[in-house]
Write a new protein. Structure first.
Lengths: 105, 556
């Protein structure tokens, strides 16, 4: 059975900003996220992320499934597509907007 | 308007200070997320998809100008310039930062507002008819009792850790605009044969995954006994409501497991005991004090024939169209109730910008109106407007983008935030409301269809009240893709009913056609002045089902 790729995500504690795991740190954009192609490395990252829960950087880390479509990474679930971009009814808000946000999570 | 007394002011101030300290302890690591979560929820703070969301209570839906200005300030300073009015007389801000919440709550407290008990397993913000004090058919202003219930239920130690959340609504009119039969407890103010007013109390109504219409547990509760009676209902629920399964923990499950007769028996047993103690008798003088806060404004003596109003209606087609749907009869001659639709065609139901909130405060001041109402249908209401002022007020609302003439029509759609914002949602609600609204934008077509309440929820929790929609839409998730179930025949009014599911769910691009199809069946088959709901009740769902699935045979 084909292995689904996974990404690790959480919300930043102090403001709720959506964050993604990338090689031991948190980034704000989905396309900068680390993609885990096997379950073992995904689970290892989830365990490693515990440290940033302990130090109050993020809350509620979890893994979600992604697939590549024509070379573009896309979450399997609509929920994660919307989290990565912002509300579909307000394209001027959230990560999809041009508003500046702090990427140094 | 109700004004905080010293006890209210103190407990709100204490709560702000307490939560500030709790946030500090969370940020410093003294509290874990598991420890902090129930504390933030008690203060209306959720973590949603993109940010924290703060839900602020608008008790019995009444807002003063200074409160509107404060909400505008919060939208500007702590959020992204807008707020969202919900289906329970609350306002939600979608982009709040945890670090800003203590200051936000402190700002709110300066105008006697808070977010206490807008979440958690406690008695939530008490809701009331948004036409309170103005409705022509009103027996008594439901906000007086709502305020008494608010005082009794706020921080009530026995009822702060219930099996599940608990929602109370109060209606003072024969026509139920507060959906009392869909609440955990619904209270109707009624008059008996002797001309005395008292309360008919329903328990066990609710929506969510298991919708029920409430059962009468108190036929005519005397006014001074109402807190003893409510305490009795709460005790039965607190003692016997299930705590082992979150999906079976609401009082509706208990009432329907026990049966209405047994529930009544248990409530009456508790009630007799509490009543005998006399400790919860509602003192008449305190009621009179509270009633004074809700005394109607001094209405100017006037005839109901207002030439300025009639002339404007004759000369301004847009104004006339607005008055057809957005004006309701007021109890005082020469006055009207005006509904401000927050459902612009293609817009987001319930959203208001900080500019609009500020401008509405100015409008209230300019016309000496003093208060605004928030309806559970996600609209705003000017409860006491001089009819002669309506043309000028309409012009101002038009300039603000707040004069959509659609109250009660097909485009006046209730929709929860759905998957665009909400952590619990399975599917988006708002875009479906927008597409339906655009499809039916033509005003003549809307008038031809007449009264039609469409309600959309993005998950089974039913914040969008889909069970009570004449047309209800429920978003579901199938392997990460959004689908929509259609149901027909619900009503949240005095003729309460639960909608019936038509069949398998429709795709995102099919649901609007399906809605249009069932409306076409109504237009073809309605008799005389039947509303959509009446035709559905007369015909049953089959003819509607046939049309909705025409061309989609593989669904069935």
């Amino acid at each position: 059975m084909a292995q689904t790729d996974q990404i690790l995500t959480a919300n930043r504690l102090r403001d709720g900003e959506v964050a993604y795991w990338a090689a031991g740190r948190w980034v704000a954009a989905l396309d900068q996220a680390e993609v885990f192609q096997d379950d073992a490395s995904a689970k290892a990252a989830l365990k490693a992320a515990d440290a940033s829960v302990q130090d109050r950087t993020v809350v509620n880390p979890y893994l979600f499934d992604v697939r590549r479509e024509a070379g573009v990474l896309r979450p399997v679930k609509e929920r994660e597509i919307i989290r990565a971009a912002g509300p579909t009814v307000r394209l001027d808000l959230g990560k999809q907007s041009s508003e500046a946000f702090d990427v140094s999570l | 308007m109700y004004r905080y007394d010293e006890f209210d002011a103190r407990f709100v101030a204490e709560r702000v200070a307490q939560f500030r300290y709790q946030v500090e302890r969370r940020l410093s690591g003294e509290l874990t997320e598991d420890e902090f979560k129930p504390l933030r929820l008690m203060n209306g703070l959720y973590l949603q998809l993109h940010a924290y969301m703060l839900r602020i209570a608008v008790p019995y839906g009444t807002l003063a100008p200074k409160q509107l200005r404060m909400l505008a300030h919060i939208a500007r300073k702590y959020d992204k310039g807008y707020g969202h009015f919900t289906t329970r007389q609350n306002i939600q801000f979608n982009w709040i930062k945890l670090v800003d919440v203590p200051d936000t709550l402190a700002d709110l407290a300066t105008v006697e507002m808070h977010a206490i008990q807008t979440s958690g397993n406690c008695i939530r913000n008490v809701t009331a008819d948004h036409f309170a004090g103005a409705a022509e058919d009103e027996i008594e202003d439901p906000r007086i009792l709502s305020e008494i219930v608010r005082q009794w239920s706020s921080l009530h130690p026995e009822f702060s850790f219930l099996p599940r959340k608990f929602k109370i609504a109060v209606s003072g009119s024969e026509h139920d605009r507060a959906a009392v039969k869909f609440h955990d407890v619904g209270i109707e103010i009624i008059r008996n044969d002797k001309g005395e007013t008292g309360y008919r109390v329903y328990a066990g109504g609710g929506m969510g995954r298991t919708p029920y219409i409430g059962h009468v547990v108190g036929d005519f509760v005397a006014k001074k006994d109402i807190l003893a009676f409510l305490e009795a209902v709460m005790r039965v629920y607190n003692q016997s409501g299930r705590r082992d399964n979150i999906y079976k923990a609401r009082i509706k499950i208990l009432v329907n497991a026990l049966g209405a007769d047994e529930m009544r028996r248990q409530v009456m047993r508790e009630f007799e005991e509490i009543k005998a103690s006399g400790t919860l008798d509602v003192p008449a003088e305190e009621v009179a004090n509270i009633a004074r806060y809700f005394a109607p404004p001094a209405f100017e003596a006037s005839s109901d024939d207002v030439p300025e109003y009639d002339t404007a209606r004759a000369s301004n087609a847009a104004f006339r169209a607005w008055t057809e749907t957005n004006i309701s009869r007021h109890r005082a001659p020469g006055y009207a109730i005006a509904t401000i639709s927050l459902k612009p065609i293609g817009g987001v139901p319930g959203d208001a910008t900080h500019e609009q909130l500020d401008a509405l405060a100015d409008l209230l001041d300019a016309y000496g109106m003093g208060e605004l109402r928030v309806s559970h249908e996600q609209n705003l209401v000017l409860p006491h407007v001089r009819k002669k002022d309506l043309p000028a007020i309409f012009a101002k609302l038009e300039a603000l983008g707040l004069a959509t003439p659609n109250a009660g029509l097909v485009t006046d759609i209730i929709a929860c935030p759905g998957l665009d914002y909400c952590d619990l949602a399975n599917a988006r609600s708002i875009p479906i409301a927008q597409r339906i609204s655009e499809r039916f934008a033509d005003l003549d077509r809307q008038h031809n269809i007449g009264e039609l309440k469409i309600k959309i929820s993005g998950c089974i929790n039913a914040c969008g009240h889909h069970h009570a929609g004449h047309i209800g839409v429920l978003g579901v998730d199938k392997k990460g893709v959004e689908y929509y179930q259609l149901q027909l025949g619900g009503s949240g009014a005095e003729d309460a009913s639960i909608g019936e599911i038509l069949g398998p769910a429709f795709g995102e691009h099919e649901i609007v056609d399906a809605v249009e199809g069932v409306i076409d069946v109504y237009l073809e088959r309605r008799e005389s002045d039947e509303r959509f709901l009446d035709t559905v009740r007369r015909l049953g769902i089959d003819p509607f089902k046939e049309r909705a699935y025409a061309g989609w045979a593989f669904h069935i």
